[in-house]
Design a protein around this ligand. Structure first.
Ligand SMILES: [Mg+2]
Ligand SMILES: [Zn+2]
Length: 188
């Protein structure tokens, strides 16, 4: 299967100023995501979220606060005809040095293998350099969404091994994925 891996916060929904989308009033969808995801779906891509959620399970960010928002997020997506094949969540803090926090690929290792993900047809969309590193670690092309909070780190821009393109919006990323999909289809 071909997959578009998606970051959640800052990519599909607004990033929260305090880093936690733990209340419904903080949930805001980014422009163009419903249309974009539907287009990807219609072109045969499976949609998979991979998200780092700092410290879920702590007093400041209990699991039920995360889940309440996530349920509404998924419901809203469903109303727009979008279903995710899977949602992978790293709930750890960076200092816990887990194997599942992006840019590590521990969360999706089994999935890649079990579902026979075609990496050359798959991609990653995110708003941080860690998303691009995650994509590079997977061996897929990444689309970095230009944004005010984070920059694409220079070593990634200049590394010939890292396949990354900086785009202005989610819709632009989708457009480029579909253009490449078309090219691949023609040469096949
Ligand atoms: Mg993000
Ligand atoms: Zn983790």
């Amino acid at each position: 299967m071909k997959v578009v891996f998606l970051d959640r916060d800052g990519t599909l929904i607004d990033e929260s100023d305090d880093g936690k989308v733990d209340r419904l009033d903080k949930l805001a969808f980014k422009p163009g995501v419903f249309e974009g995801l539907r287009l990807l779906r219609d072109h045969g891509y499976e949609l998979v979220i991979v998200t780092n959620q700092n410290g879920i399970g702590s007093d400041e960010f209990p699991w039920d606060a995360f889940q309440r928002v996530q349920d509404v997020f998924l419901d809203e997506m469903e109303k727009h005809g979008i279903r995710f094949f899977d949602v992978f969540i790293c709930p750890h803090l960076e200092e816990e040095r887990c194997e599942c926090r992006k840019p590590a690929i521990g969360l999706v290792k089994n999935f890649l293998w079990e579902c026979e993900v075609e990496l050359e047809k798959s991609s990653m969309i995110g708003d941080r350099s860690t998303d691009v590193r995650f994509g590079a670690n997977l061996g897929v092309k990444s689309f970095f969404l230009s944004n005010e909070r984070f920059e694409l780190e220079e070593d990634l821009r200049e590394d010939p091994e890292v396949h990354v393109e900086q785009v202005a919006s989610f819709s632009d990323a989708v457009e480029k994925i579909l253009a490449e999909n078309l090219k691949a289809g023609e040469s096949a």
